[in-house]
Design a protein around this ligand. Structure first.
Ligand code: PTJ
Length: 263
């Protein structure tokens, strides 16, 4: 695999190559599920069709997500392996601004992966705490970032309606949450969370996936691009559309794909 320094800054697919490298390295380090690369490749294919940029409808969905997360009583950000590696730092910034926890919740659950992802996110948290605070955000950045709880290992909660290890969660995180951001989610967990009365915000490059179809708000965009914009919109402040029509948003995303394909 190439060295990042070898990719020219002007390379048209530089961002995509950097993401690939992150996924490859994290796989070698045991952070990711065996099928993480398959999931990433599937995402890449859709991103190609979306023009590798955040569409107008995705921007609108991110604004809606920002408003719902900001007005939630107990928001939580659920993070799996791919999300931690591609957007961990950005989502720690989002959690800091929202003052909400991050929960590591993985599909292919092993104690080793939980431990490694926890360590990885703690390191990222420390790194983010040393950065300049985001533009237009006021407060003590270092302390706010370091106060973000990284949950998941306690395994003291349950997602009622799911069987086996996938039902395990944190009582302080997903179990208690009213609004959950779950990038790269699996369809039946999304369905169960909705049935429990929670609002579920899904990020998925595939508008046809079951989770995309099941979510309260679906953002059809790459998780790393989405996370950066989400931070901006939360700080700016956006208002929620009480009549949000997710089906319409998904149709718009499909239209972006078909318009791009017809060019
Ligand atoms: O870390 P774990 O154990 O929780 O496992 C995580 C993966 C992603 C491996 C697991 O959840 C899985 O197998 O997912 P699927 O069923 O392959 O679904 C992944 C979905 O995420 C697909 O619909 C992809 O289009 C989408 N996707 C992939 N990469 C991205 C993405 N969506 C947004 N941004 C991406 N970068």
């Amino acid at each position: 695999m190439y060295n990042l320094a070898e990719i020219p800054k002007s390379h048209p697919r530089r961002k995509s190559l950097i993401s690939r490298k992150k996924i490859v390295d994290a796989t070698k380090n045991g952070l990711l599920a065996d099928s993480a690369m398959i999931a990433h490749g599937r995402g890449e294919a859709f991103d190609y069709l979306l023009g590798e940029k955040t569409s107008d409808i995705a921007k609108l969905s991110i604004k809606e997500s920002a408003a719902r997360l900001k007005s939630a009583k107990n928001p939580v950000i659920s993070v799996n392996g791919n999300t931690a590696v591609l957007a961990g730092e950005s989502l720690i910034r989002v959690a800091a601004v929202l003052r909400c926890p991050i929960e590591i919740n993985i599909y292919y659950r092993t104690p080793e992966r939980m431990e490694k992802l926890h360590e990885f996110l703690k390191l990222q948290q420390f790194k983010v705490s040393k950065e300049q605070k985001p533009e237009n955000w006021f407060g003590d950045w270092e302390n706010t970032v370091m106060s973000v709880k990284i949950l998941g290992k306690e395994e003291d909660g349950k997602i009622i309606g799911l069987e086996g290890p996938r039902s395990i969660c944190s009582s302080e995180g997903i179990e208690k949450a009213d609004v959950i951001l779950v990038p790269l989610e699996d369809g039946d967990r999304c369905e169960v969370l909705i049935a429990l009365g929670k609002e579920v915000i899904v990020v998925d490059l595939n508008p046809l996936s079951r989770s995309a179809q099941m979510a309260t708000v679906t953002v059809v965009d790459d998780v790393s691009r989405m996370a950066e914009l989400l931070l901006k919109y939360i700080i700016q402040g956006t208002s929620s559309d009480k009549n949000w029509d997710n089906e319409l948003a998904l149709k718009e995303a499909l239209k972006v794909i078909s318009d791009n394909a017809a060019r």
